[in-house]
Ligand binder design. Structure first.
Ligand code: SF4
Ligand code: SF4
Length: 185
């Protein structure tokens, strides 16, 4: 009796695109999990950092770009310093966020991208993040007024941990140039 074996061919175009754009060689990942073990936000991620790399290798573009994991990365670079293959997942996550925004793909969690955009706008204005204006912008755009997640921020503000007024860097022209360079196609 004749037997046939069906082997599905993996689409490597997403892996190639992310590797090229981020400059990270994702083929080197052998799933040692050192990145995930040190990642401070991994417990809150839908897919852990090592899983995101594996999913990219497997061409699961839609699942990766729709995942909240790419928005939970805070670019602390712990993964990059722990990885034996020097893969900087923070850079990869940044690349994935850019692709998701360009393709109009939002995470399943409502408003998660708005918080990210509020952070970027805050840095664009003054060269560094200012928590109060960032939070105000997020609340206005999301109309997310009463969520419990905002309470710690309010408590920190009342304890004087967040300055009321933003402080700007001296070289605002440099910040403008960096943003122009980053947004240039
Ligand atoms: S530490 Fe590096 S090699 Fe290990 S799972 Fe993470 S990305 Fe892959
Ligand atoms: S850079 Fe992002 S993925 Fe890497 S350890 Fe920090 S939060 Fe986690």
């Amino acid at each position: 009796m004749e037997t046939t074996t069906h082997v599905e061919k993996m689409d490597s175009s997403f892996l190639e695109a992310v590797s090229k754009r981020s400059g990270e060689n994702l083929n080197l990942c052998y799933q040692c999990l050192k990145c995930t073990a040190g990642c401070p936000t991994a417990p809150n991620m839908e897919f852990r950092p090592n899983s995101i790399i594996r999913m990219i290798q497997m061409g699961k573009k839609q699942e990766v770009l729709e995942s909240s994991a790419i928005w939970f990365c805070v670019y602390c670079q712990t993964c990059g310093t722990r990885c034996p293959n020097e893969i900087h997942i923070g850079v990869v996550m940044d690349t994935l966020r850019e692709i998701a925004m360009e393709e109009g793909i939002h995470a399943k969690e409502k408003n998660i991208h708005l918080f990210h955009e509020a952070f970027i706008q805050s840095v664009r204005r003054g060269g560094r993040a200012h928590e109060v204006t960032m939070l105000m912008e997020y609340i206005l755009r999301s109309r997310d007024m009463m969520k419990g997640s905002l309470i710690p921020g309010v408590k920190l503000f009342l304890k004087g941990k967040f300055p009321l007024l933003p402080s700007f860097v001296k070289e605002k022209g440099d910040i403008k140039r960096i943003f122009e360079k980053c947004t240039k196609k």
